[in-house]
Design a protein around this ligand. Structure first.
Ligand code: ZN
Length: 210
């Protein structure tokens, strides 16, 4: 068996036996995988405090066939759950849990996740993460051109039900409902309409996949 190192985010922690836990983690290099943490449920376990959901840690582990085995962990960041809103943590966790296959690295997504967690998953950072995730996974159009005519410039509005940008021409050529189109500006990512539209888009996506 070989020893590996990675930085990971804890996605889920399940009791396995009286003393052990199985953690589902998302690693920068190793992607999503499960790991057995022996003895972690004991009060004396050194790994215990570092390993709640959304904690970030540097770990070493054995991995051959089957389940990886946790050796050591060193805390990088412990999330502040007095500040983090449960709905934002649910928003990011379900995307990764449902839409990322096991054991594949997604460095860009990993780094966006770490950045969001370190900023207490504000709605702004949660939505930035979600949009980047959907674009990286090819589940949403990359936002470089008008979704209607393909023009590359003047993309100042976002159509919310199909998530495409609109150029000035396409925006002004139709009477859009204000519930359907919002301005793309500095506050886009914390805009409540944007958040709700993204929730709906992702709900539908996950529904189609089941
Ligand atoms: Zn256009």
């Amino acid at each position: 068996m070989r020893t590996h190192r990675d930085q990971i985010v804890i996605l889920k922690s399940n009791n396995y036996s009286e003393a052990d836990k199985i953690l589902t983690v998302f690693g920068r290099e190793f992607g999503k995988f499960s790991i057995l943490a022996k003895g972690m449920r004991r009060l004396s376990s050194k790994n215990r405090g570092n390993m709640q959901t959304l904690s970030i840690a540097d770990i070493s582990f054995y991995k051959a066939q089957g389940l990886a085995l946790l050796l050591e962990s060193k805390s990088v960041h412990i999330p502040d759950f007095t500040t983090i809103e449960v709905k934002n943590s649910t928003r990011v966790l379900r995307l990764i849990s449902r839409l990322i296959p096991d054991e594949q690295a997604y460095v860009k997504i990993y780094e966006a996740l770490v950045k969001a967690i370190k900023s207490d998953l504000t709605t702004d950072l949660t939505n930035r993460f979600r949009l980047l995730f959907l674009i990286e996974e090819g589940l949403i159009n990359s936002m470089h051109s008008c979704g209607i005519c393909g023009a590359p410039d003047g993309l100042n509005h976002l159509q919310l039900s199909i998530f495409v940008l609109l150029c000035e021409n396409c925006y002004s050529s139709k009477k859009w409902s204000t519930n359907d189109v919002i301005a793309v500006n500095g506050e886009l990512y914390s805009n409540t309409k944007f958040t709700i539209a993204l929730d709906k888009y992702i709900d539908n996506l996950l529904l189609e996949m089941t």
